[in-house]
Design a protein around this ligand. Structure first.
Ligand SMILES: Cc1cc2nc3c(=O)[nH]c(=O)nc-3n(C[C@H](O)[C@H](O)[C@H](O)COP(=O)(O)OP(=O)(O)OC[C@H]3O[C@@H](n4cnc5c(N)ncnc54)[C@H](O)[C@@H]3O)c2cc1C
Length: 388
């Protein structure tokens, strides 16, 4: 009997995986530790990533992209392979492509696509997506950044915090409040060019993990934004922002699968080498059970992630699956990184082994693009509606 589910990678996907793996091992492995120590992305790697078209992954070839706009599964494979070595280097193009370039391609006008997409795809301009504020994190609707219309321009004022790529971005999608009626607030998304007067980069965060990834505050002071830079329509910014996050969650999940896989492989290698009581520690059942659990967890997270990607590519409603994938994969990454450190014993706390970095990097994913608590809320809400 023929089955209708296909868990195999296509030849093209296998090639994409092999090329990204070779790239990551050759170029990212040697600088990962230094980038983490200096809290700085290596410009040489970003330039190489440009050549690999990693900044145009989910954009059609007609705009110079890699043409994976309908192949999110391959996008995930690429992100996974980079994150297996270093989550910061996966996060940079991951955010740029999934929550900046893609939304401009999907929701942008022809003029916005022509103006903003091509430099983004080439990696000549890096993108950032700015929602979070000091008093508005999970509760995005309570943002205070606001834009007021003045002729055919909008005047933007406010502060955003914790913005990935903030200090290196030249094209930023910003959510602002553009009106209020009683208790109801209206929000709009703006495409902001960082060269516009009134823009500045504030504090660069000194983080626990994903230290090389650039995370900053952004300040908008009386910035004049042309009306044609509105992404979508006036008043529907929050709705689009949430749709953007839905897709972004699949890519965060792929990062977590990669990180989990990397941590697990490091632990297995160590368990095969480290000797105690006259034998490799991998021969002890206590270690074996941990490794078995790691393998099951990473594979489960990968399946959920690829299912969400597959649903997206087939125009199915993937929001529930994206939240499930993000929730499970981020918690798997954290648990597997924890177990990988445990298998390394004291050496797991030392910079000489990458599991120390994996452990710190894993924490990020349980928080950004919607915390685990928010994912559980989203999932429960949908399930409660589904089975009335
Ligand atoms: C490394 C990093 C990169 C980031 N990148 C970006 C970016 O590029 N763009 C951007 O806009 N933001 C970014 N963020 C911000 C991130 O999205 C927020 O930190 C996140 O949404 C949580 O908001 P908060 O930090 O204000 O926490 P809060 O919302 O204050 O939450 C605090 C705690 O309360 C819990 N909580 C809140 N509400 C509820 C509830 N209703 N029920 C149960 N528990 C609840 C939360 O889950 C959390 O545990 C980034 C954050 C980090 C750490």
């Amino acid at each position: 009997m023929k089955t209708i589910m296909n868990f195999s990678m296509t030849e093209k996907q296998k090639m994409i995986q092999r090329i990204t793996r070779e790239f990551s091992e050759e170029f990212i492995v040697p600088i990962a530790e230094e980038s983490d120590k200096n809290s700085q992305l290596d410009i040489k790697i970003l330039n190489l990533m440009k050549k690999m078209n990693f900044f145009g992954l989910c954009i059609p070839k007609e705009f110079g992209g890699a043409g994976l706009h309908d192949d999110t599964v391959s996008f995930c494979i690429i992100v996974e392979e980079i994150a297996k070595i270093d989550a910061s280097y996966a996060l940079t193009p991951g955010v740029h492509c999934s929550v900046v370039a893609r939304p401009i391609y999907i929701y942008g006008t022809e003029e916005q696509r022509r103006k903003f997409l091509i430099p983004l795809v080439k990696g000549d301009k890096i993108g950032a997506f700015a929602l979070t504020e000091a008093n508005a994190g999970s509760d995005v609707a309570s943002i205070e950044t606001n834009a007021v219309i003045d002729g055919d321009e909008w005047v933007l004022n406010g502060n955003k915090i914790f913005i990935t790529n903030g200090g290196i971005a030249k094209t930023i999608i910003v959510l602002a409040k553009t009106g209020e009626k009683g208790k109801r607030k209206f929000h709009t998304l703006f495409i902001v060019d960082a060269d516009t007067p009134g823009f500045s980069v504030g504090v660069k965060e000194d983080k626990l993990g994903v230290r090389a990834s650039n995370t900053t505050e952004l300040v908008f002071q009386d910035m004049r934004i042309p009306h044609e830079n509105i992404l979508g329509e006036v008043g529907n910014g929050l709705k689009i922002a949430l749709e953007i996050l839905n897709f972004g969650r699949i890519i965060v999940a792929a990062q977590c699968v990669g990180l989990g896989q990397g941590a697990m492989e490091s632990a297995i290698k160590y368990a095969n080498e480290r000797e105690q009581f006259g034998s490799n520690i991998g021969r002890f059942q206590g270690i074996q059970w941990r490794i078995a659990d790691m393998g099951c967890a990473v594979e489960s997270a990968r399946l959920l992630t690829q299912k969400a990607a597959h649903m997206c590519d087939n125009n199915m409603d993937y929001s529930l699956m994206a939240s499930m994938a993000k929730l499970v994969a981020s918690e798997v990454a954290m648990k597997v990184a924890h177990d990988a450190v445990q298998i390394h014993g004291g050496y797991g706390l030392m910079k000489a082994y990458p599991v120390e970095r994996y452990f710190r990097d894993a924490k990020m994913a349980e928080i950004y693009e919607g915390t685990s608590e928010i994912q559980r809320m989203v999932i429960a809400k949908q399930l409660l509606k589904k089975f009335v």
